[in-house]
Design a binder for this molecule. Structure first.
Ligand SMILES: NC(=O)c1ccc[n+]([C@@H]2O[C@H](COP(=O)([O-])OP(=O)(O)OC[C@H]3O[C@@H](n4cnc5c(N)ncnc54)[C@H](OP(=O)(O)O)[C@@H]3O)[C@@H](O)[C@H]2O)c1
Length: 303
C-alpha cells in the first residue's frame, strides 16, 4: 500500500487533501501539522503533530513512516505578515522545505510542493511554466527560494504553483472569496481592487492536481489556476451574484488606494495547458467554483 505524508493538514489545502486521500483504501495517509490538535477527529484519520521547521522531528517521522510521497501544504501564507516577519517566514517557507528535501532524499519519496504566482512580478501575465520568475515581495522571494531548494537536489519532485486560492474548511483563515461573501452577508460595504488580475483557483482543483501528479508520476513545475482570468473586483461581483447578495456594497478601487505592506503582482494569471494535458484536468471557472463553495457552506450549516 502506498504511504502518503501530508504536511500542513489543518490548512485550507491540507484539509482538502486530507479528506480526499484519507478516504481511499489504496493509501495509508499520515496527516500532520504544526498544531497539537487536528481539525478532523484523529480517531477518524491518522494525525501526528509535526512542525516542519524542526529538522530532527522531520527526519525521525519520515524515516519511521517511510512515505512514497510527501505533499507539502504547510506555509506562512499571509503576504503582509511575511513582509514584516522575515526571519520566521524564511524558517517556515524555506528552511522547513530544505528539511523535507533532505528527508525525501533519504527515503526516496517524491516531494510535491506548492508555490505561487507571487514568484512573478505581474508585469505581463498570464504566465506559463517557462516564464522567468521575478518576485516583488518577501513572501514571493521565499517561495521561489523553496522551489530552488527542491530543484537543486536530485529528488523526485513536483512543484505546483497556484493563484488566489479559495474554498471552505474548518476554521480556515478567511480567503478572498469567504471574505467577500461573509462581508456582504452582514451588509458590510467593501472596497475591492479592479487592477489586480488573476485566475482564482478552487481548492478542490488544486488538491486533485497534487493527487494526479502523484498517481500519474508527473514531475517538474505545473501551473494550476481556475478557468477565468479576471480582476478581484469582477470576482467579488460574481460571488455576489452566485450567493444572491447585494453587489452594490462592492466599491471599485485601485491598488494605489490601498496601504499594503507587501507589493502584489498586478497582471498575473496562469496558463494551465500543461496541467490540463499532462494531468488530464479541467479547471473550474469562477461561477462553477463559487457555486460549489455555496453548496459546501450550506451543507456545513453556514449559509
Ligand atoms: N491562499 C492563496 O491564495 C495561495 C495562493 C497561491 C499559493 N498558495 C500556496 O498554497 C499552499 C497552501 O495554502 P493555504 O491557503 O492552504 O494555506 P493555509 O490555510 O494558511 O495553511 C497552511 C497551514 O500550514 C500550517 N503551518 C504553518 N507553519 C507550519 C510548520 N512550521 N509546520 C507545519 N505546518 C505549518 C499552518 O498552521 P497555522 O495556521 O497554525 O500557522 C496552516 O494550517 C501554500 O504553500 C501557499 O503558499 C496559496
Amino acid at each position: 500500500m502506498k504511504r502518503i505524508l501530508i504536511c500542513g493538514a489543518n490548512g485550507l489545502l491540507g484539509q482538502r487533501l486530507s479528506l480526499m486521500l484519507s478516504t481511499q483504501s489504496d493509501y495509508e495517509v499520515l496527516n500532520t501539522s504544526v498544531e497539537r490538535s487536528y481539525v478532523y477527529d484523529n480517531k477518524l484519520f491518522d494525525y501526528n503533530q509535526l512542525d516542519i521547521t524542526n529538522r530532527s522531528d522531520v527526519k525521525s517521522l519520515i524515516s519511521s513512516f517511510q512515505p512514497n510521497v510527501i505533499m507539502n501544504a504547510a506555509a506562512a501564507t499571509n503576504v503582509d505578515w511575511c513582509e514584516s516577519n522575515r526571519e520566521e517566514t524564511w524558517k517556515i517557507n524555506v528552511t522547513a522545505v530544505e528539511n523535507l528535501v533532505e528527508a525525501s532524499r533519504k527515503v526516496g519519496a517524491q516531494l510535491i510542493h506548492v508555490s505561487t504566482d507571487y514568484v512573478f512580478d505581474g508585469k505581463n501575465g498570464p504566465y506559463d511554466e517557462t516564464a522567468k520568475p521575478n518576485p516583488l515581495g518577501y513572501y514571493g522571494k521565499t517561495k521561489l527560494a523553496s522551489e530552488n531548494a527542491i530543484r537543486s537536489e536530485a529528488i523526485r519532485h513536483t512543484i505546483i504553483r497556484t493563484i488566489v486560492l479559495y474554498g471552505s474548511g474548518i476554521r480556515v483563515k478567511a480567503n478572498f472569496a469567504l471574505w467577500v461573501v461573509n462581508s456582504l452577508k452582514v451588509g458590510k460595504q467593501i472596497t475591492v481592487v479592479d487592477d489586480q488580475i488573476g485566475n482564482p483557483t478552487f481548492v478542490g482543483d488544486l488538491a486533485m492536481a497534487m493527487i494526479k501528479a502523484f498517481e500519474l508520476n508527473r514531475e517538474g513545475i505545473f501551473h494550476i489556476g481556475g478557468g477565468d482570468q479576471l480582476s478581484r473586483y469582477d470576482f467579488a461581483i460574481q460571488a455576489a451574484e452566485v450567493f444572491n447578495l447585494d453587489a452594490s456594497l462592492i466599491m471599485r478601487i485601485k491598488t494605489s488606494d490601498l496601504i499594503q505592506t507587501s507589493p502584489r503582482p498586478m497582471i498575473s494569471g496562469f496558463i494551465t495547458l500543461k496541467a490540463e494535458t499532462q494531468l488530464g484536468m479541467r479547471f473550474l471557472n469562477v461561477k462553477e467554483g463559487l457555486t460549489l463553495l455555496k453548496h459546501e457552506l450550506q451543507s456545513n450549516g453556514n449559509n
